[in-house]
Design a binder for this molecule. Structure first.
Ligand code: AMP
Length: 299
């Protein structure tokens, strides 16, 4: 028998209607927010939500308010038909695909422009690393995530460790604003050679695709050194930088070791020590991270 097609809604009213029907069946709402262009990394989040045996809502919305003026929102890959197939295969129960007007009826903000509506700002964590390179990015992320939580009434929401600074920002928001949604952080899904899966990987030339594996190698090497007893953060950072710098075409934006919750640089290795890397290969910018302490689970 053919599988029934996955229900899709595009308005807040229809979303709430579907969610309240699920609640009447005593289902809790497990939510996976995405910007589409789905790959197995996204699917792993949906699969984990599905495994919890609850009602799984996936949103697909390319959020303009987290794009900077130099970041090309129009060029962001949009593959809706394929995305919906992937959502269905991974076990979603409902796909939510709102329009920009549905989400921002008072005008569509961008990361740089004054907001026509209320926004959420998480100071400190939002201003360093990705936030320093992409001013306003995390304000856009925090605001859309809180809006989506409120729209669907998420009990549990799934995010990827791949975007570790986003995780830190959202944990902080949920804590500070008493948001009743529980966050579940899922491990980074990688290609066979270790490269973190990303919708941007398709833009790498074959040579750069090969060379980009240095990011995973540098992170893994740092983790191995810690296991072997190296505790000096300066030495570990220097080793990672050296590995990146000898690879042709690799331009690093940052390499650091921070506390995963606060994103403050760390002086010594502890369970929350997270090595973070951002590097560019031609026009493609990649980020990745790894917990360095042997006892830390998610990486
Ligand atoms: P995006 O569509 O890029 O906003 O990503 C949606 C969610 O998928 C975010 O929580 C990401 O952290 C997560 N994600 C992206 N890539 C991966 C990956 N390789 N492994 C696990 N989660 C991922």
């Amino acid at each position: 028998m053919a599988k029934p097609t996955l229900p899709q809604v595009s308005t807040i009213a229809d979303l709430r209607h579907a969610v309240s029907a699920a609640r009447q069946q005593k289902q809790s709402i497990h939510f996976v927010p995405t910007m589409g262009a789905l790959h197995p990394g996204h699917a792993s989040l949906i699969e984990q939500a599905h495994a919890a045996g609850r009602f799984v809502v996936v949103s697909i919305f390319v959020n303009p308010s987290q794009f900077g003026p130099k970041e090309d929102l129009a060029k962001y890959p949009r593959t809706l038909a394929k995305d919906i197939e992937m959502c269905q295969a991974a076990g979603a129960d409902l796909v939510y695909t709102p329009t920009e007007h549905e989400v921002y009826p008072r005008g569509v903000p961008t990361a740089s422009q004054a907001w026509p509506s209320t926004f959420v700002e998480v100071p400190g964590i939002s201003d360093t690393f990705e936030g320093a390179i992409r001013p306003g990015h995390f304000r856009g992320v925090a605001t859309i995530v809180l809006k989506l939580f409120n729209q669907c009434g998420a009990d549990v929401a799934y995010f990827g460790q791949k975007d570790a600074q986003q995780v830190a920002v959202l944990r902080s928001m949920v804590h500070d604003l008493d948001v009743p949604t529980k966050l579940v952080i899922c491990p980074t899904k990688r290609e066979a050679d270790g490269l973190a899966m990303s919708s941007r990987n398709v833009y790498l030339s074959p040579v750069n695709r090969q060379n980009a594996t240095v990011i995973y190698k540098a992170l893994s090497d740092a983790k191995l050194r810690v296991k072997e007893g190296e505790k000096n953060v300066t030495i570990l950072k220097a080793l990672m930088k050296e590995m990146l710098d000898v690879v042709p075409g690799c331009q690093r934006d940052y390499v650091d070791i921070v506390h995963a919750m606060t994103y403050q640089p760390m002086q010594q290795i502890e369970p929350e020590s997270l090595a973070i890397v951002a590097a560019r290969f031609a026009h493609t910018r990649l980020i990745d991270n790894m917990f360095l302490h042997p006892g830390t689970r998610v990486s």
